[in-house]
Design a protein around this ligand. Sequence first.
Ligand code: 3IO
Length: 353
Amino acid sequence: MFKRYLAVLLAFAALALAACSDQKAGEPGAETAEKQAEEVITISYANFPPASTFPCIQMERWADEVEKRTDGRVKVETYPGGTLLSAKNMYRGVLEGQADIGCLSLPYYPGVFPALLSVNLPVGFTNATTASLTLWDLYSKLQPDEMKNVKVVTTFTSAPSNIMSKEPVRSLEDLQGMELRASGALLKMLELMGAKPVGMPMSQTPEALQKGVVKGLVSSLEVLKDFNFAELCRYETITNLPVYPFAVVMNEDRWNSLPDDVKKVIDDLGREQAEWTGNYMDAHIDEALEWSKKNHQIEIYTLSKEDRDRIAEIGEGIVDDWKAEAEKSGLDADAILRDLMAFKGKYEERFPE
Ligand code: 3IO
C-alpha cells in the first residue's frame, strides 16, 4: 500500500521536474513571441456620425486594410454613430483610453489644434483629395505639439463647404439673418456674411434641421444624400467655403503596446488612407448631387461676382484672425501658411478640379 503511494508520489514529482526543465530548456523568448504572433490584437475605433457617412466609410476601409495586411492578427472593432464616443467627447475619450482610436473633426475643438486648423481657413481648396493630402503633408512636416499626446493614424478633409438651405439663397442679401449650422472658422465667416451661424457637430444637425432650430447648414454636399438633407434643404448655393480637417488619433500607450510589424502596417497606411478618402469624397459628391436632383429636385445657385468678391474679402480677415491666434500659441503662422500653400499648389497640379 505504502509502496504504491510512494510510487505515485514519485511519478508526480518526476512529471513536475520534467515540466520545469522543459520550460528551462526551451528558448525563453521564442515561446512568448510565438504566442504573441498567434494572439489576435483587438483595436477599438470610435466615430461620431452615422455609418453611411464618409468618416465612417473611410473607417471601414482602414479597418479592412489593417486586418488584411496583418493577416488577421489585428481585429478592428468599429463604433459608428457615437455608439462609443460622441463628437465632443472623442478627443478626451481617446486620451483616457475609452477607445483606442477616435475620429476628430478638428474644428469642433476651438483652440486645441491651432496649427492644423490652418487647413480650415478660406484658402480656396477646390477638392477633398488636394486638401486631405495637404493636411497630411502639413502634419508630417510640422509634427505640431498639439498632437504630441496621441498617435496620428491618418488625416483627411471634407470637400469645400457650400450652403444647403430650406429657403433659396441666390445672393448674400437672401442670407441675412438666416440660421445656419456650421463649425470652426465658418462660424465667423458666416456671421460677417450676414447669416446667423449656429455651432454644433454634424451629428446633431439632423435634429436641429427637423426641429427648425436652423434653416440650413454649411458643409460638403455629399451630406445631401448621406443624411438625406436634400429632402429638407432643396436649395444649394455654391460658395466654395473652407473644408473641415479631420484627424484619426490613437491612444499613445495603446500605440506603444503594438508589435513593430503592426506599427509598420499602420504607418504605411497613413498617407495612402488620406488620398483614398479624398478620392472617395470627390467622387461621392458627384453621385450625391445626381441622386439629390433625381429624388428631391434640388436647385443649385451660384453667386454674383460682387458677392464672391465680398466673400473673398471677408476670407482675408479670417486668415488674419487665425494668424493672430496662432502666434499667441507660439506658432510661426506665416511659415505654416507658406507650407500649406506650397503643398496645396503641388497637389492642385496633380488633382485639378
Ligand atoms: C461631415 C461630418 C460628419 C459626417 C459627414 C460630413 N461631411 C462633411 C463633414 C464636415 C462637417 O461639416 C463637420 O461638421 O465636421
